[in-house]
Structure formats: structure tokens, C-alpha cells
Design a binder for this molecule. Structure first.
Ligand SMILES: NC(=O)c1ccc[n+]([C@@H]2O[C@H](COP(=O)([O-])OP(=O)(O)OC[C@H]3O[C@@H](n4cnc5c(N)ncnc54)[C@H](O)[C@@H]3O)[C@@H](O)[C@H]2O)c1
Length: 406
């Protein structure tokens, strides 16, 4: 019996049991039926959402976007995915033609009139989202739930100018939607129990792991990943070689941070770090090297060589050169990164963004692919002493996700 095995059992219990009965979800009898879905946007996330809603709920899904070409691109993507499922034998020919008929698109929102659930996945800008919700509200019934796939913006602010702010809820999926199980469900200040219950029931029907999260900048997973990536970049910007920093975080996340950055795209990563820095200040680092890389149109710090990430010498040459470089050892870098993660977990808990450390671990496992044998994150921070060192206490009592004492 090792700490890793105990943490793995704890993680298994989270994804098998806790995920099925999300704490903080209102009584499911309050949920309203969803018989038609509207999706605003036909971009990267919206298209994946259209496919998921059609497949899992089996109800009509209408997509809208700014012009015909974008609508057509979204609908065509969904159709080609359905075709792909058919070719692989994952759906029958009847099912494929049924699903194809379910998903339609239009530039007008009038098709939302009889929808019970409309989700927006438009540009990540408050003014655009508020405008979109106002337009949708003019078309739908007073009971229709309005959901937002925002990654960072306030749900309360998004709803504040509406006639019925009580039906607005945050519904934050992770990319790729078909692969990542997590769905952060975020009530705003005015969200009522019926809208929230409908959101949880819909999330469950979509096969997702739902976690209730307080309305706060970037919610849980993006905030913790942002802190992690930010501190990693800060250590490199200050003068520690990337290879040392990579060794320092071995076994902590499923991939080295700069590989994740390449997958997410440097532009989105920079935008995330700026958003978090604006919301919380300097503890979220905005890397000048990353900014240079985005301005130069580079795709990341690494080139892929036979599926293996290799640092791109051209990009490394563009990196920040500190006047007085500080080169940390692997141990020092690890201590710093685990320390800031412990601090951020402590803040998420004291601010009540989630109710318990278990929610943080379930979120990191299902939304960021953090490992079972670390129990997500909190058991790892306890195991390596970071939580006691920085927050002054363990997040989980000994024995919950570690070998019991004695
Ligand atoms: N990309 C990700 O990994 C990811 C993950 C989770 C959440 N999100 C969030 O999802 C949302 C969409 O992101 P995306 O990556 O799919 O962006 P995207 O740029 O691929 O798609 C956005 C779409 O919205 C459309 N649009 C803009 N204004 C509109 C309006 N007024 N009416 C109708 N359509 C409009 C655009 O034409 C575009 O097609 C953002 O809020 C983002 O933060 C993104």
C-alpha cells in the first residue's frame, strides 16, 4: 500500500461516485425538460456542442452565426463528423440520417422561438455576450434557459441587463468537448433553482461530470492551470533553462507546460494569462517571451520531431534575457511551483469558489487530465508538504488519499 495507490483509489471514488451526485445541485425534480436547443455561434466550440447535444439528447439543434458562410462551416463540420461516425460503424445509417436532420443552421435567431435551452459560444467579450443574450431573450419564452460557455467572464454581469436574469447560467465545457468530461456549472447572483437544476440535468444527460462553481474570474481549472503555466513561465523568464523547469514538474501534469501551450495555441494562452493578471494581479505572470512569440506568429516553444517535443531554437533565441539571471535547481523550481499551486487552492477554498478539495481534484482530473495517482492535485500537494508549508494545513486529512498513519 503506497500513497500513490491510496490517491488512485480516492480519485476513482471521485469520478465514479462524487461525479454522479454533484454537491450543490438543486433537487432534480425542479429541472425543466429540454426538447429543442439553440446554439449561438458556429465556431470551434459551438460546432462541437451542436454534435454533442444532438447525439446525447436526440433533440433538434439550431445553430446561428454572423453570416451564411460561418453557419455553413459549422453545420458542415457536424455533418462530416456524423459521416465519420457512420464510416467507423459507431452509428447505424438510420441513426446517422436522424442526427444529420436534427442539426440545422440559420443566420436568424427566430429558430430559437420554441427552444428550452440556448447556449452561446461566441467571442470571449462581455459586450458581445450581453448583446447576444439580449437578442436571444427577445425571441425565446421566459422559461428558456440561457447558458454561456464563457471561460472567464462573470455570469452575473452577463445577465444583469436582461428581463429574466434568473434563467442565465454558466455552462463551461473543455476542448476537445468529446474527450474532456468536465462541465463547470456556474450560477450567477440571480440564477434560480429551476434554471440551475435544468443545467445540472442537461449536463448529466450530455454524459458530463458537472461541478458547481461560484461565479468568479476563470472559475477553477483555467485559474489553476493559469497559475501553473504562469509560474513555470516566470521561472524560465528569470533564467532557469526550460529543460530544468520541465524536470521540476515531472509527474505533475499529463504534459510539459510548453507542450500544452503549443496545443492550446500561444494566442489563447497569452489571452488567458492577461485575463487572470487583470483579475488577480501579479501572482499571475504574463510572460514577455510569450508575448514576443505571439507577435512573431510562432506556434509554440517546441517543434514536434516524430511526435516528440523538441525546443525550437529560433523561439528560444527570442526569449526574455534577464539582466541578472536566476537559475534554479530542479528541486527549487518544483518547490516554487507546488507552493504557488497550494496557495491558489487555498484561495479557491477560502473564497468558496468550490465547496471542497474533492471538487478541485475532480475538476483537475476530468478537465485537465491530472493524474489519478496524484489524486488530481490536493493529495500531491499534501504528499510533498506544499500545503502545510504555504497554507499551514493539509487539504485532506491523513488517510483520505494517503496511507493512514500508524
Ligand atoms: N477554444 C477553446 O478551447 C474554448 C474552451 C472552452 C470555452 N471556450 C469559450 O467558448 C467561446 C467560443 O470560443 P471558440 O474557441 O469556439 O471561438 P471561435 O472564434 O471559434 O467561435 C466564435 C464564433 O462566434 C461567432 N460570433 C461572434 N459574434 C456573434 C454574434 N453576435 N452572433 C452569432 N455569432 C457570433 C463568430 O463568428 C465565430 O464563428 C468563448 O467564450 C471561449 O472563451 C473556448
Amino acid at each position: 500500500m503506497s500513497d500513490e495507490l491510496r490517491a488512485g483509489l480516492y480519485a476513482f471514488d471521485l469520478v465514479q461516485k462524487r461525479a454522479k451526485r454533484p454537491p450543490g445541485a438543486p433537487d432534480s425534480s425542479l429541472a425543466r425538460p429540454v426538447t429543442k436547443v439553440g446554439i449561438v455561434g458556429a465556431g470551434l466550440m459551438a460546432s462541437q456542442l451542436a454534435l454533442l447535444f444532438a447525439r446525447r439528447l436526440g433533440v433538434p439543434v439550431v445553430m446561428t452565426d454572423l453570416d451564411e458562410a460561418r453557419v455553413a462551416m459549422g453545420v458542415d463540420w457536424v455533418r462530416s463528423e456524423i459521416q465519420g461516425l457512420l464510416t467507423k460503424g459507431r452509428v447505424s445509417p438510420d441513426k446517422a440520417s436522424f442526427l444529420t436532420r436534427l442539426v440545422t443552421g440559420s443566420t436568424s435567431k427566430s429558430g430559437f422561438a420554441d427552444a428550452d435551452f440556448v447556449i452561446e459560444a461566441v467571442f470571449e467579450e462581455m459586450s458581445v455576450k450581453r448583446q447576444v443574450f439580449a437578442e436571444v431573450e427577445a425571441v425565446v419564452s421566459a422559461e428558456c434557459v440561457l447558458a454561456s460557455n464563457t471561460s472567464s467572464l462573470s455570469i452575473t454581469e452577463m445577465a444583469s441587463a436582461l428581463q429574466h436574469p434568473e434563467r442565465v447560467v454558466g455552462f463551461h465545457f473543455f476542448n476537445p468537448v468529446a474527450v474532456m468530461p468536465l462541465l463547470e456549472v456556474i450560477p450567477g447572483d440571480h440564477t434560480d433553482d429551476s434554471a440551475l437544476a435544468t443545467a445540472f440535468a442537461t449536463g448529466r444527460a450530455l454524459g458530463k461530470t458537472t461541478i458547481r462553481v461560484k461565479d468568479s474570474a476563470s472559475f477553477v481549472v483555467n485559474r489553476l492551470l493559469g497559475r501553473f503555466m504562469g509560474e513555470f513561465s516566470r521561472i524560465v523568464d528569470e533564467g532557469t533553462p526550460v529543460t530544468t523547469a520541465d524536470r521540476a514538474v515531472a509527474g505533475l501534469a499529463p504534459m510539459p507546460p510548453f507542450v500544452v501551450l503549443g496545443l492550446v495555441g500561444p494566442t489563447i494562452a497569452l489571452h488567458n494569462s492577461e485575463t487572470l493578471n487583470r483579475a488577480f494581479g501579479d501572482r499571475f505572470h504574463v510572460s514577455p517571451s510569450l508575448r514576443r512569440l505571439v507577435e512573431a506568429g510562432k506556434r509554440g516553444y517546441y517543434l514536434m520531431d516524430d511526435g516528440r517535443p523538441v525546443p525550437d531554437p529560433e523561439v528560444l533565441a527570442m526569449a526574455e534575457r534577464p539582466e541578472n539571471p536566476v537559475e534554479l535547481t530542479v528541486e527549487q523550481a518544483r518547490e516554487r511551483i507546488l507552493g504557488v499551486l497550494a496557495e491558489e487552492v487555498g484561495l479557491l477554498l477560502s473564497e468558496g469558489v468550490v465547496a471542497t478539495p474533492m471538487d478541485i481534484d475532480l475538476a483537475m482530473i476530468t478537465g485537465a487530465g491530472f493524474q489519478f495517482w496524484n489524486g488530481g492535485l490536493c493529495p500531491l500537494l499534501d504528499r510533498e508538504g506544499a500545503s502545510e508549508r504555504v497554507v499551514g494545513r493539509r487539504f485532506l486529512p491523513p488517510g483520505v488519499a494517503s496511507v493512514p498513519p500508524g
